[in-house]
Design a protein around this ligand. Structure first.
Ligand SMILES: [Zn+2]
Length: 205
């Protein structure tokens, strides 16, 4: 069951290369109807794309807010809305890197290993301006870091070596014909000659 805002409309997902994806977004200051509609639409869009997280700039909106619905290491499903997020990760001897696969709904179909701390805590405010914080491990830790990065204009390709980045873009190009420009408003296109992605089990964020 979802505790996230419902009844939103699916919007087209903005891709890497669009300006709004690559600059620091504006902090949320107005918690009125427009924000509520945006957040409901982001939830609908994340669900349609079968993702575990989505930031506002991924639907083309220049605001620091993300939604997520993501399992942690033990499989506990954690959901939330965070405006104006800041992220904390362990430092020094408490810092352990998780070398797992990462993908982004704004570069659909492509995944690569991306080392990140295996625990993260995000603090911000919810859709009504009330303080919230979420923390966790596993995919949830990756998701919280990935989405906060989006609000700061960073994509996970920016965290990769040239070699891994090149490989990632090659994979994205391979799967590009499967994704209409307004995906997930229009569904994925099934091609007869499609070969299976190696990363079917890894959800994107
Ligand atoms: Zn992403």
């Amino acid at each position: 069951m979802s505790t996230l805002p419902g009844n939103g409309s699916v919007r087209a997902i903005t891709r890497w290369g669009e300006d709004v994806m690559h600059r620091v977004n504006k902090p949320v200051t107005d918690f009125g109807d427009e924000l509520q509609t945006l957040i409901a639409d982001m939830v609908a869009t994340m669900n349609a794309a079968e993702g575990v997280g989505l930031a506002a700039n991924q639907v083309g909106v220049d605001l620091q807010v993300f939604v997520f619905d993501c399992p942690d290491k033990e499989g506990n499903r954690v959901q939330g809305v965070v405006c104006n997020p800041t992220v904390e990760v362990p430092e020094g001897k408490d810092r352990n890197l998780d070398e797992g696969d990462e993908g982004c709904l704004s570069l659909p179909g492509a995944f690569t290993k991306c080392a990140r701390p295996d625990f993260a805590k995000v603090t911000g405010v919810d859709q009504h301006g009330e303080p919230v914080s979420f923390e966790g491990d596993g995919l949830l830790a990756r998701c919280l870091q990935h989405e906060t990065d989006h609000t700061q204009g960073m994509v996970f390709g920016d965290r990769l070596s040239r070699k891994y980045k090149k490989r990632l873009f090659a994979e994205a190009e391979e799967f590009a014909p499967d994704y209409p420009s307004d995906w997930p408003v229009s569904p994925m296109i099934e091609h007869e000659d499609d070969h299976e992605s190696d990363h079917e089990d890894t959800p994107a964020t």
